[in-house]
Ligand binder design. Structure first.
Ligand code: HQG
Length: 182
């Protein structure tokens, strides 16, 4: 399958599995899983049919491993990034000393007032790699990278989770744990 088709399917799956399953009449369980059979048949009914092999290819080759199958591949879900209210069942773990958050320069003034907020998503998204944070920030405008003192946050009782595809998640980052660039 070519890159363009993979990306298109991946984008539509993000919409369905994170935000609006009702677009094709799909339902997710409380942990965000959709039945693979139901997904494929509803895609077909909505003239967006793909084969099981194509779905598997997208899951395997997605650049951020955004989707995951359960063990017997009867169910599929997005590993993070939801706006739907779900419980993904991740357990709190200890973060590294620092994590990065990429944002756009135009948000800085507001972030300096309230810290990092989760906005429409379940969590504030952080990454262990600078390059990832830079890409994420660049989606919103001129990128700027904030350094989050995650270990100090953890020591003061904030919980951190890591999604199956490696994204760090937390509820809110107060201003005093953020290092802004000069
Ligand atoms: C900003 C992608 C003003 C925040 C990425 C961000 C990520 C504030 C935007 C995932 C603010 C929300 C999530 C405040 C936060 N004032 N702006 N107080 N607090 N913001 O898209 O982190 O490719 O919901 O800095 O890889 O950009 O979709 O979050 O700029 O993991 O798999 O509000 O999405 O993953 O934007 O990205 P988003 P995000 P996928």
């Amino acid at each position: 399958m070519n890159e363009k088709k993979t990306k298109n399917i991946s984008k539509f799956l993000s919409l369905l599995l994170r935000h609006k399953p009702e677009t094709i009449g799909l339902t997710l369980d409380e942990q965000g899983w959709a039945s693979v059979d139901e997904l494929l048949s509803k895609l077909e009914q909505n003239r967006k049919g793909i084969s099981f092999e194509e779905l598997g290819y997208v899951v395997e080759n997605n650049n951020k491993k955004r989707f995951t199958f359960n063990e017997d591949q009867s169910k599929i879900r997005a590993s993070q990034g939801h706006s739907l209210k779900l419980d993904l069942g991740y357990t709190a773990i200890e973060p590294p000393e620092f994590l990065y958050h990429g944002t756009a320069t135009r948000f800085i003034e507001s972030i300096e007032k309230t810290g990092l907020e989760k906005r429409n998503r379940h969590h504030v998204h952080l990454s262990a790699e600078l390059a990832t944070a830079k890409d994420v920030g660049g989606r919103h405008g001129k990128p700027v990278i904030l350094i989050v003192k995650s270990k100090d946050m953890h020591l003061s009782g904030h919980e951190f989770y890591q999604s199956k595809n490696g994204v760090w998640l937390t509820d809110h980052v107060p201003v005093n744990f953020i290092q802004f660039p000069d």
